[in-house]
Ligand binder design. Structure first.
Ligand code: SAH
Ligand code: SF4
Ligand code: F3S
Length: 448
């Protein structure tokens, strides 16, 4: 049996899909890279904005005709759209045979086996569990040989209910995972040669601060992971500014294997909008965090998420965002037009901002960010950075040179040329001198 997985959305979805793929391979299934060849098609979905939700429906529309040639084709839909739309999915797309939410991920591989044995069966795995759903730790050697880093979940869900956000509805309440299980997974990855661990959660700073917590705080967890032999780099995402502690900030100056990079969503530079969003910090609080982070490590890469056109956002509010973005000089940022999500508080807030104004604000913000990103990357010109090799670059070099890519400590992509004979491979840590600055990436030469 051949399976194909398509993943929309965040790293948590990527992590879930990687696990499903490893579990299916363990059962003897073969992963294929085209939906047309597959006997099982799984779509892991995102509903954070309307656009990714729409993409799921158009993908399903494209898939339906395949059933004519292959009536036994199993189609499964998981992730946030599945959790949001629930069983009504079957009314619109009756050919879908499996629907799963985040807590159902661990039952997906067995469910697929059951579905293939019983052509009349449909399965729904949408219940939220009252505990963190542990799943078997599968170390897939063929995969670990091809990857330098791995994702490790430390929690599920979110309790913050920011006014615009659907995540607490699609991923449920916050459930921290037990420290012992997290460390066990990290150790197994390290033993398989993985060099970089990215700890994942919707709100990692509040790890342990729920009824499932085991007394270990997020900074303490990082300390424990940093001691695991073979782990050369630790990253984490995502941090909420209201929960960031001085102890966490201090770790950036203390732990050699904690990467100097933090993704810290600001969302808006206007205190009025931040309050309406329910973010529970002011721009002044945020500026203070940035100052502290840069004091501990002046080269720390700070990235963010921003929303334009939140209901009631005035031109003045937006100018505050522009002003603050310029002041903070984010190394890069993701910015989005506000999108109404069903069930969230913001859907009821008026007035809504017209789409033309949202587009125009987004453009102004992204123009500013492009300049800041360029400025940030330029600082690396001529410098030597350490790169963890992740694979081959899209473009290949001439003659006996190969072109590889990886990331420097701050998380920026670096492409570089090297001789085949240098024996640099996925997972190697190499020194690269940056010679050229591209729009979003860097180019360099290996220093041996
Ligand atoms: N806890 C995660 C949230 C994931 S959503 C985190 O903080 O990263 C990722 C980003 O999507 C959010 O930071 C926000 O900027 C954006 N987003 C969430 N809901 C949105 C909406 N309704 N409209 C536009 N952007 C939204
Ligand atoms: Fe999308 Fe959020 Fe779900 Fe991730 S958690 S897939 S970003 S809606
Ligand atoms: Fe969403 Fe805010 Fe939680 S952005 S995921 S409600 S921290």
């Amino acid at each position: 049996m051949k399976f194909y997985i398509h993943t929309f959305g965040c790293q948590m979805n990527v992590c879930d899909s990687l696990w499903i793929a490893a579990a299916l391979r363990q059962k003897g299934y073969t992963q294929v890279m085209s939906e047309k060849e597959a006997d099982v098609i799984l779509i892991n979905t995102c509903s954070v904005r309307q656009k990714p939700e729409q993409k799921v429906y158009s993908m399903l529309g494209r898939i339906e005709p395949y059933l004519k040639n292959n009536p036994n084709l199993i189609v499964g839909v998981g992730g946030c759209v599945a959790q949001q739309v629930k069983e009504t999915f079957w009314e619109k797309f009756p050919f879908v045979r499996l629907i799963f939410g985040t807590d159902g991920v661990r039952s997906v591989p067995d469910s697929i086996v059951r579905l293939s044995e019983n052509p009349d069966l449909k399965i729904s795995l949408l219940d939220f569990l009252d505990y963190y759903p542990e799943r078997e730790i599968i170390i897939d050697r063929t995969l670990t040989k091809q990857q330098a880093g791995a994702y490790v979940n430390i929690m599920q869900g979110c309790d913050n209910f920011c006014a615009y956000c659907i995540v607490p509805f699609t991923r449920g309440r916050q459930k921290s995972r037990k420290t012992e299980n997290i460390l066990n997974e990290c150790k197994k990855f390290a033993e398989a040669g993985i060099k970089e661990i990215t700890l994942l959660g919707q709100n990692v700073n509040s790890f342990g601060k729920d009824k499932y917590g085991d007394g270990v705080s997020f900074p303490q967890l990082i300390r424990k992971v940093s001691k695991i032999e073979g782990i050369r780099r630790i990253r984490f995402t995502t941090s909420h500014p209201k929960d960031i502690s001085d102890e966490l900030i201090a770790l950036f100056g203390e732990l050699e294997n904690l990467c100097p990079a933090i993704h810290l969503p600001l969302q808006s530079g206007s205190n009025t909008i931040l309050a309406k969003m329910g973010r529970k910090y002011t721009i002044e609080d945020y500026l203070q965090i940035v100052e502290k982070l840069r004091k501990v490590r002046d080269d720390i890469v700070i990235t963010t998420d921003l929303i334009v056109g939140f209901p009631t956002e005035t031109e003045e509010d937006f100018l505050e965002t522009l002003k603050r973005v310029k002041e903070i000089e984010f190394d890069s940022s993701f910015s989005f037009k506000y999108s109404d999500r069903p069930g969230t508080k913001a859907t009821k807030m008026e007035p809504k901002i017209p789409d033309e104004i949202k587009s125009e604000r987004l453009k102004r913000l992204q123009n500013l960010q492009d300049k800041l990103t360029h400025k940030s990357l330029n600082k690396l010109k001529g410098k030597v950075v350490e790169v963890l090799v992740e694979g081959k670059s899209a473009k290949q070099g001439k003659d006996n040179q190969i072109s590889l890519k990886g990331r420097e400590g701050g998380g920026r992509v670096v492409n570089f040329l090297t001789k085949q004979t240098n024996n640099i491979h996925v997972g190697s840590l190499v020194k690269v001198k940056i010679t050229e600055i591209k729009k979003h990436s860097l180019f360099g030469e290996v220093i041996l």
